[in-house]
Every structure is written in structure tokens, then in C-alpha cells.
Design a binder for this molecule. Structure first.
Ligand SMILES: NC(=O)c1ccc[n+]([C@@H]2O[C@H](COP(=O)([O-])OP(=O)(O)OC[C@H]3O[C@@H](n4cnc5c(N)ncnc54)[C@H](OP(=O)(O)O)[C@@H]3O)[C@@H](O)[C@H]2O)c1
Length: 264
């Protein structure tokens, strides 16, 4: 039976991935910053993890290895989103965004690599974002954190191939999750941005609220895990092909579409 560790498995995309893998016969360990709140309600085991803490990361991986003996698959899913203009976002918020989404994911990956290298097998699947391929106004630090993941994992994929460790990234568009309910809003506000920010936040919240639930992302995870030779990048969700394609084929047309959507 394959063992999989899914970070941020208490809500949204991580919860659906962990539940789907559990239903499909995988031995699943999910994670949460507050496992005591969730462990009774979930069908898989929940370990404590705060991805911004190296101590917490090492403890989580050691606990998982002690319980299961090995970790075949890591799904890096935990993440947050800071929303607001780049100028309004405090440096503290910007650092927290990158610390969680980029460094948290990188630290988890670095911590699991020794075990996967020793066992000469493993799969690391990271939930990136469409915002890691295209620029998103009023989510510049979120977008930057996801772009950074693309560069890191593209490089790592080639380095760890000799050890039979597969690296893949899923780039979802909007999906209905809890993310918009825990958005961190840029502060302090600058009045010049009020009208634009208000509309941008409406676009984000209503796009997530009215999006599909993330079962298709979970199916992609299973497809990657079952593939002998998985690819690097997997798009998921509506418009996840068209926007990047347009960006590369005709940047001006792409940008005028984004400006129209965000009324900028
Ligand atoms: N929803 C979308 O439209 C969308 C689109 C593209 C990409 N994504 C990406 O998908 C991933 C999951 O997001 P979601 O939409 O499913 O959001 P969500 O419903 O808010 O779930 C986020 C998960 O991350 C965990 N988490 C947050 N901060 C953490 C931290 N510092 N340490 C450890 N765990 C932490 C939370 O667990 P606890 O609170 O229990 O600790 C929660 O389970 C993120 O990487 C996000 O960027 C989402």
C-alpha cells in the first residue's frame, strides 16, 4: 500500500485530494496546524504541521515515517493568499505570503528528499496555480510565490530524476474552496486604490465561490501517481489553458483581457 502525505488536508483542495486517495486505497496522512479540531471528523490520520516552522516540518515527517515506515508521495498543498495592491501590502504580509507558499513548500520538499533518495523512489506533487504562469493584479505576492515554485521545481525535477524521484506541479485555475474566507487583506489601505481593489476582491471571491469543487485536481493527482513517467505541469480547471496560451501568443491581447476583467 502506498503512503501519501498531504499538507493542508483539512479544507478545500487538500481535503478533496486526501479523501480521494484514501477512498482509492492509499494510506493517507493529512496535516493541519490544529489537528485536534479535525481528527475526529476525517477518515484519514491528521498530523500537526505548520509549514513556516522547520521544527514542525521535521517533526511531522519523522512522525509519518515512524508510523508508516516510508513516504511514497508528498502532496505540497498548504497555502494562503494575500490580496490587495502591491503598494498597500505591508512587507510583513508580503514575507508571510512567500514564507508560507514558497519557503514552506521548499522546506517540506527538502525535508522529505533524504528519505526518498535513500529509498530510490518517490513522487512530489505540488499545488501551484494558474497565477504561477500569468500575472494577477491585486495578488502580486501570491502570484510571485507561485511563479517561484515553478522555477524551483522545474530545476529540482532534473536533479532528482537519477534517484527515481518524480516532480510534478498542478496549476489550478479557480476552484471552490475555503481560500476566499481566509484571505489576508493588504494593509494599510491607500484611498487611490479603493475602487480597483474593491472590484478585484469581488472578482476573486465570486470566482472561487462559483467555481467547480476540486475533484478534477484529485483525479490529476491519482493520474500522476499511477504514471510510470509523469509530466511536469498539469493544468486544472476552466480557462487554465486559454489565458497562458494567449499570454505567450499575443501579450497585448492577453493584457487587455485582464485589464477588462479587473476594470484597470
Ligand atoms: N482555491 C483556488 O481557487 C486555488 C486555485 C489555485 C491554487 N490554489 C492553491 O491550492 C492550495 C490549497 O488552497 P485551497 O484553495 O484549498 O485553500 P483552503 O481551503 O484555505 O485550504 C488551505 C489549507 O492549507 C492549510 N494551511 C494554511 N496555512 C498553513 C500553514 N502556515 N501551515 C500549514 N498548513 C497551512 C490549511 O490547514 P489548517 O488551517 O488546518 O492548518 C488548509 O487545510 C493552496 O496552495 C492554493 O494556493 C487554490
Amino acid at each position: 500500500m502506498k503512503t501519501v502525505l498531504v499538507t493542508g488536508a483539512t479544507s478545500g483542495i487538500g481535503l478533496v485530494i486526501a479523501s480521494h486517495l484514501h477512498e482509492n486505497g492509499f494510506r493517507v496522512y493529512g496535516t493541519s496546524r490544529t489537528p485536534e479540531k479535525h481528527c475526529k471528523a476525517l477518515p484519514f490520520e491528521i498530523l500537526e504541521l505548520e509549514v513556516t516552522s522547520l521544527v514542525s516540518i521535521q517533526h511531522c515527517i519523522d512522525t509519518c515515517l515512524a508510523k508508516a515506515g516510508k513516504i511514497d508521495i508528498l502532496v505540497n498543498n498548504a497555502g494562503i493568499a494575500v490580496c490587495g495592491s502591491a503598494e498597500e501590502t505591508s512587507l510583513e504580509q508580503a514575507y508571510k505570503q512567500v514564507e508560507t507558499n514558497f519557503w514552506g513548500t521548499v522546506k517540506m520538499t527538502r525535508a522529505i528528499l533524504p528519505a526518498m533518495r535513500r529509498q530510490r523512489s518517490g513522487r512530489i506533487i505540488t499545488i501551484g496555480s494558474l497565477a504561477g504562469i500569468i500575472g494577477v493584479p491585486y495578488q502580486s505576492y501570491y502570484s510571485a510565490s507561485k511563479h517561484a515554485l515553478e522555477g524551483f521545481f522545474k530545476s529540482l525535477r532534473i536533479e532528482v530524476r537519477p534517484f527515481n524521484i518524480g516532480i510534478s506541479l498542478i496549476e489550478p485555475g479557480f476552484f471552490k474552496t475555503n481560500l476566499h474566507n481566509v484571505f489576508e487583506y493588504a494593509a494599510p489601505a491607500i484611498a487611490d486604490y479603493d475602487r480597483f481593489r474593491k472590484h478585484a476582491l469581488h472578482v476573486f471571491s465570486s470566482s472561487i465561490e462559483h467555481a467547480d469543487t476540486p475533484e478534477s485536481v484529485a483525479r490529476i493527482v491519482v493520474k500522476i501517481v499511477n504514471s510510470q513517467n509523469p509530466g511536469f505541469s498539469y493544468r486544472a480547471g476552466k480557462n487554465s489553458w486559454i489565458a497562458p496560451l494567449l499570454q505567450f501568443a499575443c501579450y497585448k491581447l492577453y493584457e487587455s483581457g485582464v485589464r477588462g476583467k479587473f476594470r484597470l
